[in-house]
Design a binder for this molecule. Sequence first.
Ligand SMILES: [Zn+2]
Length: 87
Amino acid sequence: MKKTTNQSVNVITDIYCDACGASVVPQFQKEHNENLNDFNEFGVLHASYGYCSNQDGDSFHFDLCETCFKELLDRIKSLRTFHGLNS
Ligand SMILES: [Zn+2]
């Protein structure tokens, strides 16, 4: 005999870019997956700073679409060039 219970579960149905608001999930994935809880094919910018640092305990997390992530990469490449770092 199996004992059952009714439980509500949070299901991720879409993920939006924190920079432009577009969905980061291809339509095909949305149509063929019951939930997107394990979907991880998108850019993420994450930072946590300790206390007494300049950011003093701040934490940042941004989900990014492919286009915005590419723009961020271009910006990092520009910064590397500005600071004299190659590639
Ligand atoms: Zn975006």
